[in-house]
Design a protein around this ligand. Structure first.
Ligand code: NAP
Length: 302
């Protein structure tokens, strides 16, 4: 298939590019980076696209995977930062959909990004794809991000919305950030440790995404998470255990709120998310339990 990927240079995107190339697909990666950088990050065979103006009416893609988005956790959510976060997702998705609308040959399928932040913070209640959206900034961002992709369905394009959870990969993201503090014995529980963390091993993420890409019957919203989320206390204990350390420190939620502002909700709140659609489709997770996922990603010798 000829596939356009946005966000192909990111943590998930790089893994996806390697996987899809190995499967024999032809990839075009939309990126703000120089073409040579895109080829280093995504593979020598990918075709870099420097801007959406290169997606012309006669350009042919069979599928589009839309993952681009400014990192949400990196900086305080000031008004200007919120604008950047919105533009990089809603603005880009809207512009992408305009290009798709103008294309003579439309892609058969669009997989478009979202996040489990869609649900907001619901304490111990399970969330599946039919649960309602939250009201905080992150939730509203996801609602609009998904909304920007919806015109695809009206164009007869199969649309899968990827409500992504915490993606576990040793090479980046949350695990890479946490490894050193935990190795130094500075890993800590956040607040009362009861908030839920819905995670997924990168290999399962790629396999699930690929099954959605290839199966013409797949459409709708998909929680991209493993079936066994953990509470923050369990997460903290599992990471410490994997690295043969203890983690007895606790970060009070109030201190985090002071340090991070509204963004603290990403750590002090959480969602207990079930991948109901993936399970209903019979998707078999290779890493349904956190301990096995960590064991695979952080193979730490005794
Ligand atoms: N990783 C997770 O745990 C997780 C969890 C939930 C949701 N998600 C979502 O899934 C998507 C992929 O995640 P990831 O971890 O792979 O993200 P990532 O490593 O931060 O990469 C994000 C990608 O988005 C592009 N991008 C960033 N800022 C942009 C901007 N202002 N305008 C246009 N493009 C921009 C970048 O492409 P260029 O620099 O090449 O332009 C980059 O390749 C993101 O949208 C993220 O919000 C990820």
């Amino acid at each position: 298939m000829r596939i356009l990927i946005t966000g192909g240079t990111g943590l998930i995107g790089r893994r996806l590019c390697a996987f899809l190339t190995a499967q024999g697909h032809t990839l075009t990666v939309l990126s703000r980076q120089h073409s040579s950088v895109v080829k280093v990050l995504c593979g020598a065979d990918v075709i870099p696209m420097c801007g959406l103006d290169e997606y012309r009416a006669d350009t042919v893609f069979d599928a589009v995977i839309n993952l681009a988005g400014e990192p949400i956790a990196d900086r305080r959510w000031t008004a200007s930062r919120q604008k950047i976060l919105r533009n990089s997702r809603i603005g880009l998705t809207t512009a992408l959909l305009r290009r798709i609308a103008d294309a003579h040959h439309k892609p058969a399928v669009l997989l478009s990004g979202s996040a489990i932040g869609y649900y907001g913070d619901h304490g111990d209640d399970w969330q599946d794809e039919s649960s309602s959206a939250g009201q905080d900034f992150g939730a509203l961002l996801c609602v609009e991000w998904e909304g920007a992709a919806l015109p695809a369905a009206a164009m007869g394009i199969r649309l899968c919305l990827l409500r992504t959870g915490l993606v576990l990969d040793a090479a980046g993201g949350v695990l890479q950030k946490m490894r050193l503090p935990f190795q130094l014995g500075l890993g800590m529980q956040i607040g009362d440790g009861r908030q839920w963390m819905s995670w997924i091993h990168i290999d399962d993420y790629i396999a699930l995404l690929y099954s959605l890409l290839m199966d013409a019957s797949a459409a709708g919203r998909f929680n991209m998470v493993a079936p066994n989320p953990v509470q923050n206390a369990g997460w903290t204990a599992a990471l410490a255990h994997q690295l043969h350390r203890t983690a007895w420190l606790k970060m009070p939620a109030a201190v985090l709120r002071l340090m991070l502002g509204e963004r603290a909700l990403l750590l002090t709140g959480g969602q207990r998310v079930r991948p109901a659609q993936a399970l209903a489709r019979g998707f078999a997770f290779r890493y349904p339990e956190l301990a096995a996922a960590l064991d695979h990603l952080w193979q730490v010798p005794d």
